[in-house]
Design a protein around this ligand. Sequence first.
Ligand SMILES: [Zn+2]
Ligand SMILES: [Zn+2]
Length: 452
Amino acid sequence: MEMYSQPHPLNDYLDRVFTCSCGREHYASLKFVSVRKDALDDLPVFAGKLGFQSLYLISDSITYNIAGKRCMEILEKAHIKAHILQLTHTDFDEATVGEVLIGMPDDCDLVVAVGTGAINDMTRYFSYRMGRPFFTVATAAPMDGFASSLAVLNINHLKTSIEAQTPTAIIGDTEILKNAPYRMIAAGLGDLLGKSTCLCDWKLSRIINGEHYCERIVDLVESCVQGVLKSADKARDRDPEVLGNIMEGLVLTGVAMSLYGNSRPASGCEHHMSHYWEMMFEQAGKRPVPHGTQVSVGTVLVLKLVEALRSVQVDFDAARAAARAYDPAVWEKDIRTAYGPAAQGVIDMEAKAQKNETSARLARIDAMEAHWDELTALLDSLPSSQTVIELLKSLDSPYLPAQIDVDAAMLRNTFRYCKEVRARYTILQMVWDLGLLDTLSDQVIDQITALS
Ligand SMILES: [Zn+2]
Ligand SMILES: [Zn+2]
């Protein structure tokens, strides 16, 4: 069928093939999403519709009490056979895989994750390896990874991203979500805040690089995020409807990634900052704050950088001179310092992507000069950093790097080198192309330091 020209409710996008004016086909394999009061009642309904007869629920002692016990009661009432595991090995490593395997009933035909984050990742991976589909019963909504097909597990004591599968159904009971820890609620909202800068990245790249772009998917994510942000201040009072909207927004952005086939609709330079911090914290053996909290701080930083860019007169000839002066050997040396043991991966990626190479950069500078009014109109349509800071403040959520353990040195490296974590065109690459990344980010760092 034809992709809708106006955004539709989330369920209208699931499990159907769309042809689209962007020239691509879109498909998201997720079949059911239910985010509402008493959504747990939909667990036997969805399982019944798909003909599943023996469910294997995976929980831990906390999520068992929050949702697992209730799921079992509901399934029993509906006469659906179910077994629930309460994990005792909670490092989400090889031992956890073993425990989940040992506890699996022989006739299990559906695995159900009861929880968020690590329980979901484990279930996503385990069900995939066992050739069974899986459902998610969420107990919180701190990020947009629900519809992801990758799982992060601890393998040989290393956090490892590994191929898995997307869920078949996602259930979020707002009566449960409203009791989630407050920092998780703020993190979920933070992940949504980052969509403004990430969609802007895509729009800029469409103009500068002629990158493939889907207007329908961008409209879908944009309208959903705007809807959520309108009432975001009520998240503070744990308003179940607003928390339901946040979770639906996070599921929807996940669905948008499935529809598009990669993370372009949901992850831009604000996410590159978060990825860089995750790497640095991991190297230092530190536990980072939740992903969405990092993304919200990243969003503030990107918006500040955009404001700095808009305050200067761009000199395209100076940008061309900077492009010609680029020295890959110096770059490589800087990357080794900024990335430590992770540097080789970044260097190998650049060898393939060649995003810093001079002739391509000169072509981008030409495109920017030719379309500067259009580009600045996009930048000017972003929310102001102050608006986002006020919102985060009202939620008692971190908005400054120092509040999430990112010190001045790490912040400097973040601005200059986090764009190297992915070969994706973003605002950071654009400012770098213009030869302004070092000076403008130093300005922003001075401002930020004055705020803390
Ligand atoms: Zn995210
Ligand atoms: Zn499209």
